[in-house]
Design a protein around this ligand. Structure first.
Ligand code: F6P
Length: 546
């Protein structure tokens, strides 16, 4: 790609380095004491999201320099290029247009001289018609029974988005139906997902962008065998299998009628695909209207991101804060802590979104980075995590910036639960930021020898993200917030956030080992001594079993 100024040579980067030396030991207690309005001032509000970033180790100067870094990195130009449909995924020569998936009818986004928005809406229409038929029972299985069970078979972006969205929006789902997700090549996943289901009432959605992924194709073949062992007639496949893919040829070869295929396009990255036909299981679960509300939430965030000045732009602020800790404080990880049980799979979903996007080491100019790129993302819903790993965040030696996500209104009416939940999320952010000094501990009458153990240093940064209620629309907004924040970071780090070459080597090596395991190879192995020994051990155990 074009020659870019090296990140570490940028004026803003160097100014941030100097600035970091000046403020790195400044405590949040002091920052709040010096500015009584900080907790209101350092917040941003847009499209129903309240984003409190006051509990970060930043000053007005930090923000100014971070925004300057974004300017010097040409962020606005790169955003415009993405929204325009330029081929910004330069290692694969592809446009990056998940934003087109949620563009309203009438908008126009061109790829290779073709407006893609009408195609997007044609597929949405097809999905809506199909979902309505399944949900109403009009679509019958091969033996005339309605479909009660839907199993999405896919992996990575063809699984994590659908599972996360199903779990997140379960409150809105058709409760009479069962939804399951099979991803792992470990046969246990399939066995457990199907053990209590009747093939006559089960629909498989084979979701794979490429339709060549080993895990998905293996599970799809197993699913076909499982269904046909009861249904007997190969014609049953047409009533019990549909495909979501970009690869019509492979879909037909597998035996699924392409009339039962829901298309998407190579300009949708797997981890950015939950608003595409990959969301078919989500649409069947929550209904077409709710699905469209989710897309509208995505679109609202897309528009906010595209048009809002950096100083008020939620994904820009969020992305830049991540840069601040990753590159100046050397934070290795980021915790995502939703105080909402329905978001229990959100951290897993975010792991692919963030780490497959920004776990890179080569720059736009094919240079090796000389700075850190994407951090490790991890998390669990609150309050569960509080009774497990929060100890380390509070008193351990590592700096772990946290994102707290919470909703003002619960989706249930169970007495005091929600007050307690919200009290906990507010308390955690407060405790992390302000801690408890040795003097406070001492004044409470703690024996001197215990005081160090009971002291909380504080100064642990966090964002608090509040929304009104977990709706399909809200989910769309939150996911797009992270998508665009990942984009911002990729631009600053000068990496291609939209390829994933790092997953290829393992796939190739597995393909080499599979025949060795199948053939029981022992002597001819040409791997390193460790891999050879592991293979021999497995082959021996397999032989003993047989
Ligand atoms: O192996 C990584 C990956 O390519 C992901 O990027 C993708 O989401 C996943 O595999 C599944 O790919 P597909 O949808 O083509 O089966």
């Amino acid at each position: 790609m074009q020659i870019t100024e090296q990140l570490t040579a940028k004026l803003a980067w160097q100014a941030l380095q100097d600035h970091h030396l000046k403020i790195k030991d400044m405590h949040l207690r002091k920052l709040f004491a010096d500015d009584p309005r900080r907790g209101e001032r350092m917040t941003a509000q847009a499209i129903g999201i309240y984003f409190d970033y006051s509990k970060h180790r930043i000053t007005g100067e930090t923000l100014k320099l971070l925004f300057q870094l974004a300017e010097e990195s040409g962020l606005q130009g790169r955003m415009d290029a993405m929204f325009r449909g330029d081929k910004i995924n330069f290692t694969e020569n592809r446009a990056v247009l998940h934003v087109a998936l949620r563009a309203p009818q009438g908008k126009s986004i061109m790829v290779d001289g073709k407006d893609v928005v009408p195609e997007v809406h044609a597929v949405l229409e097809k999905m809506s018609r199909f979902s309505a038929r399944i949900r109403s029972g009009e679509w019958k299985g091969h033996t005339g029974k309605p479909i009660r069970n839907v199993i999405n078979v896919g992996i990575g972006g063809s699984d994590l988005g659908p599972v996360m969205a199903y779990e997140a929006l379960k409150h809105y789902s058709k409760r009479e139906m069962t939804f399951r997700f099979v991803s792992n090549i470990d046969g246990t996943d399939f066995v457990e997902a199907t053990r209590d289901l009747d093939p006559q009432e089960t629909l498989f959605i084979i979701s794979s962008k490429t339709f060549t992924t080993l895990e998905t194709m293996t599970n799809a073949r197993t699913a076909r065998d499982w269904a046909l062992s009861t249904l007997k007639d190969p014609a049953a496949v047409a009533r019990h299998f549909v495909a979501v893919s970009t690869n019509a040829k492979e879909v037909a070869q597998f035996g699924i009628d392409t009339a039962n295929m829901f298309e998407f396009w190579d300009w949708v990255g797997g981890r950015y695909s939950m608003g595409s036909a990959i969301g078919l299981s989500t649409m069947i679960a929550i209904g077409p209207e709710n699905f469209r509300a989710m897309l509208d939430g995505f679109h609202q965030m897309d528009e906010h991101f595209r048009t809002t000045p950096f100083e008020k732009n939620l994904p820009v602020i969020m992305g830049l804060l991540g840069i601040w800790y990753n590159n100046f404080f050397d934070a290795q990880t980021m915790a995502v802590l939703p105080y909402e049980q329905y978001l229990k799979r959100f951290p897993a979903y975010l792991q692919q979104l963030t780490m497959e996007s920004n776990g890179k080491h080569a720059t736009f100019d094919e240079n090796e980075v000389d700075y850190q790129t994407g951090p490790i993302y991890w998390g669990e819903p609150g309050t569960n995590g509080q009774h497990s790993f929060y100890q380390l965040i509070h008193q351990g030696t590592k700096l772990i910036p946290c994102d707290f996500i919470a909703f003002l209104q619960p989706l249930h009416s169970l007495g005091a639960h929600h007050d307690y939940l919200l009290a906990n999320v507010f308390a955690q952010a407060e405790a992390l930021a302000f801690g408890k000094s040795e003097k406070e501990v001492h004044d409470e009458g703690t024996p001197a020898q215990l005081a160090p153990h009971r002291t909380f240093e504080g100064n642990r940064p966090s964002s608090t993200i509040l929304l009104e209620r977990l709706t399909p629309e809200a989910l769309g907004k939150i996911v797009a917030l992270y998508e665009h924040s990942v984009f911002v970071q990729g631009i600053i780090w000068q990496i291609d956030s939209f390829d994933q070459w790092g997953v290829e080597l393992g796939k190739v090596l597995a393909q080499r080992i599979i025949p060795e395991l199948e053939a029981g190879a022992k002597d001819s192995l040409k791997h390193d001594s460790s891999t050879n020994a592991l293979i021999r051990r497995y082959v021996k155990a397999k032989g003993q079993k047989e």
